[in-house]
Ligand binder design. Structure first.
Ligand code: XLS
Ligand code: NI
Ligand code: NI
Length: 436
């Protein structure tokens, strides 16, 4: 398969199909709970891994040809747009997301980059109008270039901060031009290697200054969408400031940024932080900050971001339960910040990875609704806290008792009549639903 020209349209054939180039579970127009599967899931293609990643690693050269038959970088960018839209149309993907540098070549100056980005986004816009495909979110890559070796918003050098701010301004312009409803900050170099050379407090103040400037700029231009921070604990820096959902929420609250920011939760970053995917989603949800999802999986045994396509239905089910409890996506969606393995270098491999990833999340959605409909897990959790619905529990919740009151109560009440957490019962139910 040379690029994506030869792919046929990928259709839903149902779970008994043996055609690997067909969906087994993702039936985009199937309505579940009043909404089509495609509107529940809002799948988005990531421009970087899908269209530009050459699959090099620290030990080896690229393994995949990303020239799209063009030597000239700007011409290549246009060809890539053709192929990207080709790919999304064949898979029935309605959204995409990008970094500025994925779309257009950087040239030799900020001016050239700006110009290139303008030209390429003009073309992207035409393609969007022609196909109905939409932008989920945009972002700026302020971590790859060596000018960001000390950070972007958290750099010790003001000129690096200024350069990053300029790139972010242009990436916001591009996002707005393409009608995006999301703008992501993933702090690739926003962290530190050693406290011996780092003023952490000052760096965090500066990061907040940058985010505020971005919000002020975008809002002044009429942007009504969301800003997202994508937590990640480490890699590339030893300690990333946006460590996990809780850390990011504390940062947003400290700097009064909660009105404009939500979280973009990535499965693999949760793993790296020592959390489950569903834990990070739940933390975002209970703080009304679940914005968007990066669905790539990691590897439990490795300490780096493998960015693999999701294939675990149980994880997908638990993640979709969180999304449903959060009320679903509004401006956000579900993107695959995921890539194929280095030795899987063909364009066919990319197509297969998306089909499996989309089917995994689709089956997760179906199973999550089955869990809800079954009701036993939810009822169990409700009941588990029932002691707070009356008597002394209700008084605690209503703020009607003091420590002295509770001592008096306990002196009369005596020892606690304990109840089982019944994890095994709940795991049995979950397995029964997933594997039936
Ligand atoms: C890297 C991040 C990155 C963001 C977008 O680990 O996941 O790809 O999603 O900048
Ligand atoms: Ni990642
Ligand atoms: Ni990501």
């Amino acid at each position: 398969m040379s690029y994506f020209d030869e792919i046929q349209e990928i259709k839903y054939e149902g779970k008994d199909s043996k055609n690997v180039f067909a969906f087994k579970y993702y039936d985009k127009d199937r309505v579940i709970d009043g909404k089509s599967m495609k509107d529940h899931l809002k799948f988005a293609m990531s421009w970087w891994h899908t269209m530009t990643a050459e699959l090099g690693d620290p030990f080896g050269d690229p393994t995949v040809d990303r020239t799209y038959g063009e030597e000239d970088e700007l011409e290549r960018a246009f060809k890539r747009v053709d192929q990207g839209f080709n790919f999304m149309q064949k898979l029935g993907i309605e959204y995409f997301c990008f970094h500025d540098v994925d779309l257009a070549p950087q040239g030799n100056s900020l001016e050239e980059f700006k110009d290139n980005l303008n030209k390429v986004t003009d073309y992207v816009k035409e393609k969007m109008e022609e196909t109905g495909i939409k932008l989920l979110w945009g972002t700026a890559n302020v971590f790859s270039n060596k000018r960001y070796m000390h950070g972007a918003g958290t750099s010790c050098q003001a000129d690096s901060f200024a350069y990053a701010a300029s790139q972010i301004k242009n990436a916001i312009d591009a996002t707005m031009k393409l009608g995006g409803k999301g703008y992501v900050f993933w702090g690739g170099r926003e962290g530190y290697e050693t406290l011996l050379n780092t003023d952490m407090g000052f760096e965090l103040d500066n990061l907040a200054r940058l985010l505020k400037m971005a919000v002020n700029y975008a809002r002044s231009k009429g942007y009504t969408g969301d800003f997202y921070i994508e937590p990640k604990p480490k890699e590339p820096t030893k300690h990333q400031y946006d460590f996990d959902a809780s850390t990011v929420l504390a940062f947003l609250r400290k700097y009064d940024l909660m009105d404009d920011f939500k979280l973009n939760i990535e499965a693999n970053h949760a793993t790296l932080a020592g959390h489950t995917f569903e834990h990070e989603l739940a933390v975002a949800r209970i703080n009304n900050a679940l914005g968007s999802i990066d669905a790539n999986r990691g590897d439990e045994l490795l300490g780096w971001d493998t960015d693999q396509f999701p294939n675990d239905v149980k994880t997908a089910t638990l993640a979709m339960l969180e999304l449903i409890k959060a009320g679903g996506f509004t401006n956000g969606g579900l993107n695959f910040d995921a890539k194929i393995r280095r030795p899987s270098f063909t364009y066919e491999d990319i197509v297969l990875s998306y089909i499996c990833g989309m089917d995994t999340m689709a089956l997760g959605l179906i199973k999550a609704y089955e869990v809800i409909e079954d009701g036993r897990i939810n009822d169990f959790v409700e009941d588990r806290y029932s002691s707070y619905k009356e008597g002394i529990g209700k008084k605690i919740v209503d703020g009607e008792v003091t420590l002295e009151d509770l001592e008096e109560y306990t002196l009369k009440n005596g020892e606690v009549n304990l109840q089982s957490g019944r994890q095994e019962y709940l795991e049995t139910i979950l397995n029964n639903i997933i594997y039936r």
